[in-house]
Structure formats: C-alpha cells, structure tokens
Design a protein around this ligand. Structure first.
Ligand code: SAH
Ligand code: DHB
Ligand code: MG
Length: 224
C-alpha cells in the first residue's frame, strides 16, 4: 500500500502539486544544485514541503525563527522568505562543510542579512541561547539528527512563548512509527518524540503525512 503510493500515484500527485504551485525558482534550484555539486546528502525538504513551511511561517506572522539542521540551507531559504523586513532566522548546523554550502546559498538568495548560521552541536547552541537569555522565538523547525528531537523539543519549549509554532520533519518515517517498538532506533526516537508532542499539556499538535519518494510527515504544534 505504502509502496504503491510512494512509487506511483503519490509521486505523481506530488509532481502535479509542484507543477501547479511551485513553478521554477532559480534561487532554490541553484541551492539544490550547490548541494548536489558539493556531494551533500539529498535530504532537504521537497519543494512542496518547502512551500508548506513558507505558508505556515507566513500565516503565523513569525518574526524570529530557529531552524535545527541547515544542510545546504534549502529549507532555511523557504522559511526566511516568510520573514518581515526586520525578521531573523537562526539556523543550527554541526557540519562545517554543510555550513559553507549553506552560507554561499544564503548570499546568492540575498538573505545573508536575515539568516544567521551557528556552527556546532544544536543541543549546545540551544543551551547557549537559553543561558544568554535569547528569545522567546516565534517559530522552530526541527530537522536535524532524529535521536535529538526530544531534547530539541524541550529546549524549544523553554525558548517559546504562547503562540510559538513548532514544526518537525520526518515524523512518519515510511510508516515505521506506527509500530509499538520500531525495529529502527531512529524510528523509535521519532515515535517517542510524537508521543511527547501528544502528551505535552501546553502543546496542540497534528501530524500531516507527506508522500513523495517515501511516506513521511511533518508535525505542526502551537504552544498554548
Ligand atoms: N533542513 C534541511 C535539511 C537538514 S538535514 C533542509 O530541508 O534543507 C539534517 C542536518 O542536520 C544535516 O546537515 C546534519 O549535518 C545536521 N545535524 C545532524 N546532527 C546535528 C547536531 N547534533 N547539531 C546540529 N546539526 C546537526
Ligand atoms: C532523511 C530525510 C530527511 O528529511 C532528513 O531530515 C534526514 C534523513 C532520509 O531520507 O534519510
Ligand atoms: Mg528532514
């Protein structure tokens, strides 16, 4: 079932949506070309998920955002485009090679003034933000190492205010999360993350399944 969706009609519907609502965008296409040329893993959000991030960020009116996991900055560009003129996105990345590609892509996109990349462990960067009294922030996008998601959620909550939007990528994992004890450790971590979302009293959340090459999904939460 999942395979026929992801290999067939799901992929075709994703392409149909992309053709309708995501016509060619040289800046974003260049960012993906730089990602590929640098040999980075092609694990960026899809164009349609990028558009969803942009729309959610726009609808929320977020002025300050934190992204956890930059890669080549593809999702960062989508998010930063939703910022008002004085808005800021802080994006956290542990790999210097990824950071270099991302910084170049931010320059080309004309977004260097709005996006600050902080190199290092996201856990350490978030703790430093808390200790420095930064925030609260209007939007978080969690998309780094999946084993860190629960800790990132704890820190995001501490850096939030009522109304903050918390988004997280890859929370369906080809459906592996439906099993009470997923074989894969990463999927176990995501299942625990989803449980935590559902059981944190001051969060209201949903998961939106996303089908492209595989079945995956994004969680959407608001802090109350
Ligand atoms: N959001 C990006 C994709 C991120 S891929 C996009 O959609 O375009 C995940 C990224 O998280 C990788 O670049 C990886 O190097 C980074 N990462 C992994 N572990 C990390 C950690 N502990 N701290 C910060 N970044 C981390
Ligand atoms: C993969 C996809 C992602 O969006 C991500 O953040 C990490 C890994 C993957 O397909 O392996
Ligand atoms: Mg992801």
């Amino acid at each position: 079932m999942v395979d026929s969706l992801s290999g067939g009609i799901g992929r075709q519907v994703d392409t149909y949506i992309q053709n309708l609502f995501n016509p060619s965008d040289p800046v974003l296409e260049n960012a993906l070309a730089e990602l590929e040329n640098a040999g980075l893993p092609p694990i960026n959000v899809s164009p349609n998920e990028g558009k969803l991030l942009y729309l959610l960020a726009s609808i929320s009116g977020a002025r300050t955002m934190v992204e956890i996991g930059t890669l080549a900055g593809y999702s960062s560009i989508w998010l930063a485009r939703a910022l008002p003129p004085e808005g800021k996105l802080i994006t956290l990345e542990i790999d210097p090679k990824h950071a270099a590609v991302a910084r170049h892509n931010f320059e080309v996109a004309g977004l260097s003034a709005k996006i600050e990349l902080r190199l290092g462990s996201a856990l350490e960067s978030l703790k430093a933000m808390q200790e420095a009294g930064e925030g609260p922030f209007d939007l978080f996008f969690i998309d780094a190492n999946k084993g860190g998601y629960e800790a990132y959620l704890d820190l995001a909550l501490q850096l939030s205010h009522p109304g903050t939007l918390i988004l997280a990528d890859n929370v369906v994992r080809n459906g592996e999360v439906i099993h009470s004890n997923p074989a894969n450790g990463t999927s176990q971590a995501i299942r625990r993350f989803n449980y935590k979302l559902a059981n944190t009293p001051n969060l209201e959340s949903i998961i939106l399944p996303i089908i492209r090459d595989k079945l995956d999904g994004i969680s959407i939460s608001i802090v109350r």
